[in-house]
Design a protein around this ligand. Structure first.
Ligand SMILES: NC(=O)c1ccc[n+]([C@@H]2O[C@H](COP(=O)([O-])OP(=O)(O)OC[C@H]3O[C@@H](n4cnc5c(N)ncnc54)[C@H](O)[C@@H]3O)[C@@H](O)[C@H]2O)c1
Length: 333
């Protein structure tokens, strides 16, 4: 067995972490032969709750889990990291404006970016989950300038999985028979779930999604809004935001970074846009179709983009530019 890798999860006393930590610790992400040291960060008022999570992880008696460090101190949490999964963030409180939420989180991700720069390994892979995930990721990246920009990504895999499942349910096939959906842009309601390049396995053959579903109006209408609004629908019903499905998506995202994407398939993740083939504005963390090999992602090139898609890709970029500029203006003060 190899040396343990050091994996940080922030927001470790929260509800996503409660599902995520078990999956990571039993080998779902880094494989069944990879021992793990878990570093768990939360804010000081949550540390007594975090103690309970640590006890439960110990009580799972998992063979790969070699050590657990629970802390409220960033220096301890970010030391020598191989992997940083940044889940913790300031939630939107009643009456709070979006601008104020952006500011509160910009401050958190400035601090965590600096901690990555100072304490983590330069090879660390950073996944930002806490919302607004794209902009938080951009801020952390900007304050960790000695870590390659390609090592940063944000989670849009939950949206990707939602899109996949909606198509699968419509066609009456398992979700794994649907591949190459794309989430473009922001992890917000402006995201664009695109099925123009999606394939569905029907009776043993791969068929274009539009031919499999045979309902263009649905694919260009309710399908898109259902995926865009799915997070809000879960909150309305559960009175809590998506946690089990978010944890599963984090595992899917990180496992693909670690082991690569399957041949002929692409997945969606938020990555740094610079000189990309789709003319998305630069200096954003924007969700693209990517393939991953040797722990390195590459944006899938050459996919046709029609006017319908172009307008939606631009709308979500416009929102990301506004978020970025608000966060940066606040940090500059
Ligand atoms: N990108 C996505 O697809 C996606 C999906 C679902 C949820 N989310 C986001 O993930 C985040 C966490 O969701 P949750 O349901 O686990 O929330 P939660 O409120 O249950 O847990 C969040 C935890 O983060 C902690 N925290 C706050 N500030 C922190 C800081 N500076 N350092 C470390 N920990 C800190 C809190 O104390 C809390 O324990 C939210 O921002 C949510 O909106 C993103």
């Amino acid at each position: 067995m190899s040396e343990p890798i050091r994996v940080l999860v922030t927001g470790a006393a929260g509800q996503i972490a409660y599902s995520l930590l078990y999956s990571i610790s039993k080998g779902d992400v880094f494989g069944k032969d990879q021992p793990i040291t878990l570093l768990l960060l939360d804010i000081p008022p949550m540390l007594s709750i975090l103690d309970g999570v640590v006890m439960e992880l110990q009580d799972c008696a998992l063979p790969l889990l070699r050590a657990i460090v629970a802390t409220g101190n960033e220096e301890v949490a970010f030391k020598d990291l191989d992997i940083a999964i940044l889940v913790g963030s300031m939630p939107r409180k009643e009456g709070m404006e979006r601008k104020d939420l952006l500011k509160a989180n910009a401050a958190i991700f400035e601090s965590q970016g600096k901690a990555l720069e100072k304490y983590a390994k330069k090879t660390v892979k950073v996944l930002v989950v806490g919302n607004p995930a794209n902009t938080n990721c951009l801020i952390a990246m900007k304050f960790a300038s000695s870590i390659p920009k390609e090592n940063f990504s944000c989670l849009t895999r939950l949206d990707h999985n939602r899109a996949r499942s909606q198509v699968a349910m419509r066609c009456g096939v398992p979700a794994t028979y649907v591949k190459n959906v794309i989430i473009w842009g922001n992890h917000s309601s402006t995201q664009y779930p695109d099925v123009h390049h999606c394939l569905v396995k029907m009776s043993g053959n791969e068929v274009a999604c539009f031919d499999a579903v045979k309902d263009e109006a649905w694919l260009k209408g309710d399908f898109i809004t259902t995926v865009q609004q799915r997070g809000a629908a879960v909150i309305k019903s559960r009175k809590l935001s998506s946690a089990m499905s978010a944890a599963k998506a984090i595992c899917d995202h990180m496992r693909d970074i670690w082991f690569g994407t399957p041949e002929g398939e692409f997945i969606s993740m938020g990555v740094y846009s610079t000189g990309n083939p789709y003319k998305v504005p630069e200096d954003l963390i924007y969700s693209f179709p990517v393939q991953i090999k040797d722990k390195t992602w590459k944006i899938v090139e050459g996919l046709a983009v029609n006017d319908f898609s172009r307008a939606k890709m631009e709308a979500t970029a416009t929102e990301l530019i506004e978020e970025r500029d608000t966060a940066i203006a606040f940090l500059a003060k």
